[in-house]
Design a protein around this ligand. Structure first.
Ligand code: F6P
Length: 351
């Protein structure tokens, strides 16, 4: 990056990459506000990596960021279709041309996998983000709590109509390869069943569970299923493909298929609801706001101390620092015998 004689960092670039997550605007507001008190200028890069390749930027002042922490989305824009592979030199050269001393990136697994390709050449700081909560290196990501809240509120609301009509409603959540959202949201709302990608379910066992509830006189049930979940020995349902995306397959359709199966095989009238991008669109919860505020301030502390190649992470109940490579590892799946699974079993939730 630009070599500066100044002992202080004066100008950095900031980008948001991958699928948006509630809290991104909070990170931006927190970094820009705290950086300003340290006389550090923040150049926003628009639409993730695309903004670097197309040289589209926005100097972030208080006018742009004031009060943004309450809004979902990201004021910088983002993309989960762009990656650096094969264009590393161009990426580094363009970044240099912005006159910045380093890059702060808020992203998920795709963003950090891409950045690992230029991590030896660019001063980097990382902020972990994804509603899926599956990023390695941190115990939790912001956006996750908000997404779980949407799932839990939806399940709680749907229970009324399920019981009114004596139906089973199957709710499909996001979560391509991991079940953190369906597990957290499903537990918080006492969903009757929680089906996750990490735990292929037995159709026979699910059928007995549903029949047992029906015979016991339960009027209605609400089941929660992650988009990436599948029955034993079956494959995940691909809804469509996004060419150019690091993970092309977009999953979907499992809730609809399951509700048809419940009607036909279990004999219980059933409907399905797909929550989709509502899970990314609610204003961040207080928990997510506090997390992003703290992470943003910690980023500025690292800038003050001229520390690079680190990430701000949440571990053992506190926001702390870790090597940025920690975010570049394989996805963090729900462990087979996680204590939340045991809690679900004790609540007679099918899991
Ligand atoms: O952010 C991750 C994620 O929410 C996945 O759970 C989901 O499958 C995917 O993004 C959807 O991506 P898109 O925005 O391309 O539809």
């Amino acid at each position: 990056m630009t070599k500066t004689k100044s002992p202080q960092i004066r100008r950095i670039a900031l980008l948001t990459g991958g699928g948006d997550a509630p809290g991104l605007n909070g990170v931006i507001e927190s970094i820009v506000r705290s950086a300003k008190t340290s006389q550090i200028e923040v150049l926003g890069i628009l639409d993730g990596f695309e903004g670097v390749f197309e040289k589209r930027t926005l100097l972030l002042t208080e006018n742009e960021i004031w009060g943004q922490h309450t809004r979902a989305g990201t004021l910088l824009g983002t993309s989960n279709k762009s990656f650096i592979q094969g264009r590393e030199k161009e990426f580094v050269a363009n970044l240099k041309s912005f006159g910045v001393e380093g890059l702060v990136a808020a992203g998920g697994d795709g963003t950090f996998a891409s950045l690992s390709r230029i991590a030896n050449e660019v001063p980097l700081l990382g902020v972990p983000k994804t509603i899926d909560n599956d990023l390695a290196g941190t115990d939790v990501t912001f956006g996750y709590d908000t997404a779980c809240g949407v799932v839990a509120d939806s399940i709680d609301a749907l229970r009324a109509t399920a019981e009114a009509h004596r139906r089973v409603i199957v709710v499909e959540t996001m979560g391509r390869t991991t079940g953190w959202i369906v597990l957290g949201g499903g537990l918080a709302s006492y969903a009757d069943a929680i089906l996750m990608p990490e735990r292929p379910f037995s159709r026979a066992k699910l059928k007995s569970f549903l029949l047992e509830k029906k015979n016991a006189g339960r009027r209605g049930l609400v089941l929660a299923v992650a988009e990436g979940a599948a029955a034993e020995n079956e494959t995940v349902q691909v809804a469509f493909r996004v060419e150019g995306s690091p993970q092309k397959d977009r999953y979907g359709g499992v809730a609809q298929a399951l509700s048809r199966w419940i009607e036909e095989v279990v004999g219980w009238e059933s409907r399905h609801v797909v929550l989709g991008h509502l899970q990314r669109s609610s204003p961040p919860t207080t928990t997510d706001r506090f997390l992003t505020l703290t992470m943003g301030v910690e980023i500025t502390r690292m800038l003050q101390q001229k520390i690079w190649q680190q990430a701000v992470v949440y571990r053992n109940g506190i926001v702390t620092r870790a090597p940025i490579q920690d975010l570049m590892q394989a996805a963090r799946l729900v462990p087979r015998e996680h204590h939340w699974i045991e809690n679900a079993r004790m609540l007679d939730i099918f899991v």
